[in-house]
Design a protein. Structure first.
Length: 408
């Protein structure tokens, strides 16, 4: 299938991929941390600043009207991509802010003394810490779903927790940023609904690789970051069911999120403006919409097959190395390979790979509780995207083997 996949055309859309790193062709395999940007996304941001730059919501002159129109159209396009309405889509700085917004606004009204928020051992810190802070404030507690040895979620434990008295919110990643595990969210969300548990989804790792119909998925909230979906940094999205957003108090106060202000009290705008205090990242929103327009022209099913072939090639090549351990082996995992090699520190390995022009991520990946479960302090992680090549996967294998021979 990869023979028919238009890899060269896709790569030509991303200017950064043509450069060298340490004198070698850049092999960018850190896509779970952040993706590269197609030229058209870069151009859309430049055009805004060159010809349309103005604050939104604040002017009746032509430039302001054009900026307002582009900002509105960006929201509408992103909402359409996810099969939701524009008034259910809040622009944020990223997944982290989106999850903090849910915890601080929705969580504050839904949680009380003795209530429970369910998370899993595979969660990013951004889906743990906001809930910890809120639970400490209201007297609620966090309960944790274990991860099984293959990296999958312990569904039996989850089912038991959903039935526990006081379970109010389940906040879960769709795809683990460390293990690559793809959680069966549709089934889990349906089970949560049967137990009157609200669902929050961290979609940071799933949104770049598949088109998600949030109406069909049925979650109450869904968060993701623009910089992982080939869009700019500093922009993200929180989707929330309309009836829930309407009942939620503001997260931040300031301009644009108000209806009327007096010293006696303030009334607030309707969602999504209620949750977008201050001057928004207009250029970021425009760039994000352009990223999804770009993805709309790519066969994402073929891209997913291609990414899975890259994963298989890398995994098969690395498994023969003595002491190689793959973290997360569940079937159907995302195109992400997190691994350790006995006796070799991931940072040393990454440094030698960098000298070969290969960019991977090492560390705890903002998943320290998961690292403790795995019994390691850090892992090396190679993560693939639609523009990576078989040659790059082969270079990864060759460079790791070379590094191992040097470090042992």
């Amino acid at each position: 299938m990869s023979d028919q996949y238009p890899i060269e055309k896709i790569r030509s859309d991303f200017p950064i991929l043509g450069q060298t790193n340490r004198g070698k062709p850049l092999a960018y395999l850190d896509n779970a941390a952040s993706s590269q940007k197609p030229q058209r996304v870069i151009d859309s941001i430049s055009r805004f600043y060159e010809s349309t730059n103005s604050n939104v919501h604040r002017g009746v002159y032509q430039l302001a009207e054009e900026a307002e129109n582009q900002y509105r159209l960006a929201r509408e396009y992103v909402a359409e991509w996810f099969s939701v309405t524009a008034d259910e889509l809040i622009f944020t700085r990223g997944t982290t802010e989106s999850l903090n917004l849910v915890a601080n606004s929705f969580g504050k009204t839904q949680l009380g003394e003795g209530d429970r928020v369910i998370v899993s051992e595979m969660e990013h810190h951004a889906n743990i810490v906001p809930w910890q802070l809120m639970c400490k404030t209201v007297g609620a507690q966090i309960t944790v779903v274990p991860v099984l040895p293959d990296g999958s979620l312990d569904r039996q434990a989850l089912s038991s927790l959903l039935k526990e008295p006081g379970s109010r919110i389940l906040s879960l990643c769709q795809v683990s940023n460390t293990l690559g595990t793809q959680n069966p969210l549709s089934e889990i969300i349906q089970e949560a609904k049967l137990n009157d548990v609200r669902t929050v989804v961290d979609g940071a790792q799933s949104a770049p690789h598949q088109r998600i119909n949030l109406r069909e998925l049925g979650c109450d909230f869904f968060a993701f970051s623009g910089h992982k979906v080939f869009g700019p940094m500093g922009i993200g999205v929180l989707f929330g069911q309309k009836e829930l957003l309407q009942e939620m108090p503001p997260f931040l106060g300031g301009g644009d999120m108000i209806e009327q202000v007096s010293f006696e009290g303030t009334t607030f705008a309707s969602p999504p403006q209620r949750f977008e205090a201050g001057t928004p990242n207009v250029a970021g929103a425009i760039g994000l919409a352009e990223a999804f327009r770009y993805l709309s022209e790519i066969d994402l099913i073929s891209a997913s097959r291609h990414e899975n072939q890259l994963l298989a090639l890398a995994r098969d090549g690395l498994q023969g190395i003595e002491g190689f351990i793959e973290h997360g082996t569940t079937s159907g995992k995302a195109a992400l390979l997190s691994f350790s090699i006995d006796g070799i520190h991931p940072h040393d390995l990454s440094t030698l790979l960098d000298s070969e022009g290969i960019a991977i991520r090492t560390g705890h990946h903002c998943c320290q509780p998961l690292m403790q479960k795995l019994g390691v302090e850090a892992t090396a992680r190679a993560s693939f995207a639609l523009y990576n090549t078989m040659e790059e996967a082969e270079r990864l294998v060759s460079a790791v083997r070379k590094a191992v021979s040097v470090l042992r």
